[in-house]
Design a protein around this ligand. Structure first.
Ligand SMILES: Cc1cc2nc3c(=O)[nH]c(=O)nc-3n(C[C@H](O)[C@H](O)[C@H](O)COP(=O)(O)OP(=O)(O)OC[C@H]3O[C@@H](n4cnc5c(N)ncnc54)[C@H](O)[C@@H]3O)c2cc1C
Length: 507
């Protein structure tokens, strides 16, 4: 079915691209604008001197979201992406020289924990049972719907509201991720590993809702994946799909304003003054900046009054081309801080880079040797840092912090000769993230999921303030990370489609 009029998507991040695919496939004449020359937003690619690095996301979970987007468009995901399942999912290194693998298979993981500490297997079973129940409830009440809070989930659910509320309490609202993990996993190193699911949303485990433990179940059931070609292959596949439905792409095109008349979207205005009339807009620009910079007025005031927005964490990435790879590393590795409490206190409360940080180390040549010249590695190091504070000058801070990161790996991850192996180097700082992706104070993952109740949800994908405005991306429901932002794009497009179909029926 084709629809009258044209709809627009501001931002070609994964959320915007997913929305464009859904809209195109459902017959909407769709145009996508992005200020950058590339499509994919943070899922950008750096190629230099025979190395290829994914610049942003590297851990792909929940491929079912992509499968749904392709299937609904009448296509098979496997014709567009070659996905490889990774197990062990992560290899974890600790300050005392020990290591621990996160296994996909629950019985394998249980055996590892039991061997480390007799009796720990039963605690892990209990934890996974709770995580599975949480996953089931989030799928039912929070995913694939434009909810903007816990009450939306209750009011939107069919049947008895008290029964829904009782079920929702099973996601342990009011408890933190860190507390739930430690209740069942007394092994502090294992607990530190499970805490790191919270880093997928750039938030502190002791400030975030326990429902984030559902990620443990998602990962155990749906796996951790690597697309051949790198995660940059994901936006490329979405772009191809959207192109097959006639979606128009306008890269290097900065949107200055979303035009609103009488409380309804009428189009957008570009930086060069061009006006594009549109029936509706999906904004993939950060949800807060959409309101403060692109919409303004009363809608901005209402949006900002509804909840307190705190940026999620930022990060420093080092892209290191190595002449020789490390054989003892897995595709995904975490080299943990000595003291997680001290680390999270620095990043999330004091707002300063951690003195002894956790370093995420990605070695993609493990799965795709072509990312580097023969025998080499396109090593990717990510350290989470606080979102930018006024006194943070990353041009000055980077050289010292780079050394902190390298020293950590030399000391704890069996990479003593790391510096001698480096033949190419580039970096990304919080300031770069801020400028390249136009986010909130350099935040990687939209807004923080802090608050053991409020942190469980994000702003709705349907703006309650401006008719015809929909939100997709890490700062909108259901939150950040590749699968979630693509789901947010699907929800925004689906909601737009439902609203327009309803209006057409009423006319
Ligand atoms: C270093 C790093 C590591 C990460 N690691 C992982 C990981 O391993 N796994 C995972 O799942 N996630 C990870 N993430 C998070 C993940 O990348 C993001 O959640 C996701 O890609 C964000 O998608 P988005 O749809 O919110 O859009 P974004 O990628 O934020 O893109 C938004 C786009 O909108 C454009 N835009 C904004 N305003 C305008 C305007 N006014 N006019 C025109 N264009 C505009 C911007 O240029 C940008 O291209 C990581 C992110 C980073 C940066």
């Amino acid at each position: 079915m084709t629809h009258d009029g044209q709809v627009g998507v501001v931002g070609a991040g994964l959320g915007g691209l997913a929305a464009a695919c859904v809209l195109g496939a459902r017959g909407y004449r769709t145009v996508v604008f992005d200020k950058n020359e590339w499509l994919g937003g943070k899922a950008a690619v750096l190629e230099a001197e025979g190395f290829r690095f994914d610049m942003g996301p590297t851990i792909l979970t929940k491929p079912k979201v992509l499968e749904r987007i392709f299937r609904e468009a009448g296509r098979e995901l496997s014709d567009y992406l070659d996905l490889r399942r990774l197990d062990p999912q992560w290899r974890c290194f600790y300050e005392d020289g020990s290591s621990l693998d996160l296994r996909e298979d629950k019985s394998a993981m249980r055996a590892v924990l039991e061997a480390r500490r007799p009796g720990a297997g039963a605690g892990y079973d209990r934890f996974m049972d709770i995580a599975e129940r949480m996953h089931e409830i989030t799928e039912r009440y929070f995913f694939w719907k434009p909810i903007g809070g816990v009450w939306d989930a209750i009011l939107g659910a069919e049947g008895n509201k008290m029964a829904t509320l009782a079920e929702l309490m099973d996601v342990r609202l009011g408890r933190s991720t860190a507390a739930l993990i430690r209740q069942h996993i007394p092994d502090e190193q294992a607990a530190q590993m499970f805490d790191h699911y919270c880093q997928y949303v750039g938030s502190a485990p002791d400030l975030s809702p326990a429902v984030l433990c559902s990620i443990a179940s998602i990962q155990a059931h749906e796996g951790v994946w690597y697309p051949i070609g790198g995660t940059g292959a994901v936006p490329a596949a979405l772009r191809k799909l959207a192109g097959e439905f006639g979606v128009e792409f306008r890269p290097a095109t900065d949107v200055r304003r979303i035009a609103v008349d009488g409380g309804r979207v009428t189009g957008i205005e570009l930086n060069d003054g061009e006006r594009v009339p549109l029936e509706a807009v999906v904004s993939n620009c950060d949800a807060v900046r959409t309101h403060t910079e692109l919409v303004g007025g009363e809608a901005e005031q209402r949006f900002m009054r509804r909840r307190r927005f705190e940026p999620a964490c930022s990060g420093v990435v080092l892209y290191l081309g190595l002449k020789e790879k490390y054989e003892h590393l897995q595709h995904h590795n975490f080299v943990f801080s000595r003291d997680p409490h001290e680390e999270f206190e620095a990043i999330y409360r004091k707002g300063e880079p951690a003195a002894d940080p956790t370093v995420y180390v990605c070695c993609p040549s493990e799965t795709e040797p072509e990312v580097a010249p023969t025998g080499g590695e396109a090593l990717y190091l990510l350290v989470h840092t606080p979102y930018m504070r006024p006194h943070h000058d990353w041009k000055k801070m980077l050289p010292d912090y780079r050394q902190v990161i390298l020293d950590k790996l030399k000391r704890c991850a069996g990479m003593a000769d790391l510096e001698e192996r480096i033949v190419f180097e580039q970096s990304l700082t919080p300031q770069d993230i801020h400028d390249r992706y136009r986010v909130l104070d350099g935040a990687i993952y939209g807004t923080a999921s802090h608050g053991t109740w409020a942190g469980a949800t994000k702003p709705s994908n349907r703006s309650p303030d401006v008719e015809g405005l929909y939100l997709a991306g890490g700062a909108a429901n259901p939150g950040p990370g590749m699968p979630m932002v693509m789901m947010s794009g699907w929800i925004a497009a689906d909601t737009l489609d439902r609203d327009r179909s309803k209006a057409a029926r009423a006319a």
